[in-house]
Ligand binder design. Structure first.
Ligand code: SAH
Length: 521
């Protein structure tokens, strides 16, 4: 994602005196999107403006991701491209921020010596002063947190300072949607995952801070808040004998006047407790959308991944969601080609996707990450061609499941938060003005994308849409005109109620405990 200047800002920057201009490219998850928003806000408060392109900027930042090799490769090639700009204008500050900065540290400057700043996710609050130092001729700087094995948990946690400065409404993708961080870091240590190493120990933010931030955002016009944490449903804040968990936090946020929708990502299956499911069911503003990655369908592979649950336990959790909220959209992540994955093991993932009917799944080919247990102990022995083929097969299965799931909505009426122009009209650079009709896109309470024609002034508003057609990735419809036969969302029941979903048996080579490790908190 690129954050660049609006036309108005561009105009202003042409007449800028000494104003410095910033270009930032963001890859990775929502956490990175939020971090970039905050870094930009901090610099704007110091008078920086957004540049229209990287080669017109006084500082070029890359906010990076280390989850897969591909994300890192993208950044190293972008650094290669910026080299010529730096050669022409040596005073341009080039910065690598975020997860790759924490993971690669000095290696970044070895591979790209023209980089001035390497700043980990725990040091982002220092960016404004670091940029000033570099501009004042202070030379390159590397600011990162302690390694996860470099000291006590407390010392390591302190080295990953939480980054929660004031927000800047102008920097959000839309003024009516915002991310709020509930916690930083992760303590799950899944064998494949670099996140606990680059984002540090899990540290919750106080509920009062989160609620105050939400209130302020709502005052500024925000209508939908997405809470983000690496495992957001592990959220726990203890204070003077009182413990606040995610379900409690949702209740506090639900009470905020003017807020319409609350979402939260990403969930860890073992922490999907009954009280949380009940909160999602009962609190009117909480979306019936739960992203709970299963990662794999085989107990053996889940064991090797150190995920801390069996597929039977995952299905039990899934069944509890289905019974409580029949129409909830459940989505997942999967990794194909993890160390030692056999054809039979892959088949279990395929069967899981075909049986469960996730609304959608994010599917990834395993990418070995230095520093993780899998990298140290298990060979990456599934050939790339096999990974590709499994990726394709799983995508096909998910596409079929998504289409079947979406077709159930044809003929229903859905309330949609209108997000903006559809991808088609965005590409065509359509600008029909507030009363002009364009193809717009929005999302239902279940996070389904809906495309429809409507005046652009509806952007940011909740609108009822009658759903006329379904594809695998989106629904399409028309703005409701009071059709009597449209079915409201709550009347929609999940098909196949005759079989409780947690009774579905999935083929597993060895149906026993996935791991001998104690349950993870
Ligand atoms: N905790 C966050 C970020 C995890 S990364 C979250 O759950 O959203 C997001 C997804 O990337 C994971 O769920 C997993 O499916 C995938 N992933 C993580 N490490 C990976 C690796 N080494 N190779 C391939 N995919 C990986």
């Amino acid at each position: 994602m690129k954050t660049c200047a609006t036309k108005k800002e561009e105009g202003r920057s042409r007449i800028r005196g000494m104003t410095k201009r910033l270009w930032i490219e963001t890859v990775g998850c929502q956490m990175n999107v939020l971090d970039s928003e905050l870094v930009v806000a901090a610099l704007r408060r110091q008078g920086w403006e957004m540049a229209p392109a990287a080669d017109a900027a006084d500082a070029v930042f890359y906010n990076t991701c280390s989850v897969r090799q591909h994300a890192e490769d993208k950044i190293y090639s972008a650094l290669g491209r910026i080299r010529s700009v730096k050669a022409k204008r040596p005073d341009v500050v080039v910065g690598v921020l975020g997860c790759m900065a924490q993971k690669d540290q000095e290696l970044i400057r070895k591979r790209a010596p023209w980089v001035d700043l390497v700043v980990g996710p725990g040091q982002l609050h220092q960016v404004p002063s670091l940029v000033d130092d570099v501009l004042a001729g202070g030379g390159p700087r590397i600011e990162v947190s302690l390694d996860r094995k470099a000291g006590s948990r407390d010392a390591i946690a302190r080295s990953f300072e939480s980054y929660d400065p004031d927000r800047d409404a102008a920097m959000r993708p839309t003024p009516f949607q915002a991310f709020i961080r509930t916690q930083t870091g992760c303590d799950k240590f899944c064998a494949f995952c670099v996140v606990p190493h680059v984002r540090g120990p899990e540290q919750a933010r106080p509920p009062e801070t989160i609620v105050a931030e939400a209130r302020k955002l709502v005052e500024e016009g925000c209508r939908e808040i997405t809470l983000i944490g690496q495992t957001v449903n592990s959220y726990k804040w203890s204070d003077g004998g009182r413990t606040t968990r995610l379900a409690d936090l949702l209740a506090l946020l639900d009470a905020i006047d003017g807020l319409d929708r609350i979402k939260f990502v990403t969930n860890y299956p073992r922490d999907m407790t009954d009280d949380l499911i009940a909160a999602v069911r009962d609190l009117p503003k909480v979306c019936h959308y739960l992203h709970v990655p299963a990662q794999h369908g085989s107990d053996d592979v889940l064991g090797r991944m150190k995920r801390g649950y069996t597929i039977g336990e995952y299905m039990e959790m899934y069944g509890r969601i289905r019974v409580a909220i029949p129409h909830a959209a459940v989505t997942s992540d999967f990794i194909v080609g993890f160390c030692g994955e056999t054809d039979a093991e892959f088949q279990t993932t395929l069967d899981l996707v075909k049986t469960v009917g996730f609304k959608n799944s994010f599917i990834f080919k395993y990418s070995p990450r230095p520093g993780t247990k899998a990298f140290d102990r298990l060979p990456d022995d599934v050939p790339e061609e096999v990974k590709k083929e499994r990726n394709r097969l799983l995508l096909d299965a998910q596409e079929e499941a998504s289409l079947a799931g979406n077709r159930r909505f044809v003929g229903t009426r859905e309330q949609v938060l209108v997000e903006g122009l559809s991808a088609r009209d965005e590409k065509r650079a359509v600008d029909p003005g507030p009363d002009g009709v364009a193809q717009l896109t929005g999302r239902t309470m279940c996070d389904r994308i809906v495309v429809f024609d409507a005046p652009t002034r509806l952007v940011g508003r909740l609108v009822d849409i009658d759903i006329l057609a379904a594809g695998a990735w989106s629904l399409s419809g028309v703005v409701a005109d009071g059709l009597a036969d449209a079915v409201p969302l709550d009347a929609l029941t999940y098909s196949g109620e005759a079989t409780p979903l947690y009774d579905i048996s999935l083929p597993n080579p060895k149906p026993q405990a996935a791991t001998s490790e104690p349950p993870r908190s």
